[in-house]
Design a protein around this ligand. Sequence first.
Ligand code: NOJ
Length: 537
Amino acid sequence: MGDPDLSAPAPAWWQTGVLYQIYPRSFADSDGDGVGDLRGIAQRLDYVAGLGVDAIWLSPIYPSPMADFGYDIADYTDVDPLFGTLDDLDALVADAHARGLRVILDLVPNHSSDDHPWFAEARASRDNPRRDWYIWHDGRGDGRPPNNWESLFGGPAWEWDEATGQFYLHLFSRKQPDLNWRNPGVRTAMYDVMRFWLDRGIDGFRIDVLWLLVKDEAFGDNPPLKPRAEGELEVGRYEMPAFEDLPETREIAREMRAISDEYDDRVLIGEIYLPLERLVAYYGEQLDGIQLPFNFGLVTTPRLAAESIRAIVDAYEAALPEGAWPNWVLGNHDVPRIATRIGPERARLAQMLLLTLRGTPTVYYGDELGMPDVKIPPELVVDPAAAGGRSRDGARTPMQWDAGPNAGFAHEGAQPWLPLAPDFAERNVAAELADPRSPLALFRTLLRVRDEHAPLVLGSYRSLDIEGGGLFAFVREQDGERVLVALNFGRDASVADLGAAGAAGSIVCATGLDREGRVDLARLPLGAGEGLVVRVD
Ligand code: NOJ
């Protein structure tokens, strides 16, 4: 906050840029098997680059039995044939780089697949040298697991291994045994995996469940769940102090950063669901942790209303360590889509919020079209997490490219792995590109406006006090240039006094089409669900 420090180094690409998450199974299928692939993504790169985003993050593309759709990895240094080959990935990276797009891969260090050769060795016998690469424990007798730890997908986190007479730990499905990060060999192997990809020109990693990596050696029970604080996950019946955010985990974040810093210009992003004060610790005391601990404040809040959003943003800004760079997320492949959470109109406001707040935004594929979740009939549900009562399939359906067969996602006659949205004939890239009122048109305008108004990227942030409810407004400022963002999340139209931002200004972007020109900030009318970006005089 405050004025930017002119002696500070030039901002990195991941500070000025916008990240775009691609769920590879669902983006574009080039070979007609109903599952998206790397060549499909490559064929759609012009669209992605044309959005004005700066990097793509690919959810896992590694060899996998797909028990958790790629988050169960059987080989960390190859590509699953379903997605293509290493050559396809190299080609995609080259094509992306040629368009000025960086490529971020998913690193899944907490667990492998039970099909990984490491696990085959570990379960072969108790004295196998690889045994200790995973987490094994005796039961409490009578077939009872070692403790009450629960899988985040529901049910016990322990699976009995008949052959060796012990339980192994899996914080996700039983097909995803947890690696033992207390074992130095695991650390070295995973750091080598990082180097393998960084050497190939990958621009960074999104690190899966970073906050759960190390487990308490006492293996004691977790206590029952307390009411949730903002930012905390609500999963299962227990708190997770035995494996959540252990000091050793933060140390690993620093070690990973040291690996990534062996290379120029790379970035580490961490999946971390923790309350603010603990989340920001992942920047590292000397900013030697990861650069972007994902900030899920806007995802986990039960209500995206003006007051709660202001509270989230202000608290986050205040909690950030000196020099730490903020980031924002509205959705991902694990949660219901923003358009479903708050409705299509509010989703437009939320996009405006995401792309104008201070910090790096991450956009989930399809959200730029306003895609809602698709209702998946029970017999078509494939998500392993559905066993615990939360299927994520609805947020992972095929990208909607056009009104043709399979929405342009896959060839005619192919059977997409998840059903298409019923409204794809109207809600698709081709239709929305042609419609100036579409969510996509708004998204593209917002990215252009970011480019044209420097304060929106690097400027300071200050929220405004506003009489009456429903409105969230803030000012971004840099080098004497000031931009106001006013968002009416309320149910009623209002006339707001935003004079604290300045006397008057010109609209540079509006969620509705018919607003443009000059505005008096002391009396600014805003329709219900309307948002404006105003360049203040
Ligand atoms: C978080 C990922 O985002 C989610 O999709 C996955 O199921 C779990 N981690 C396990 O890897």
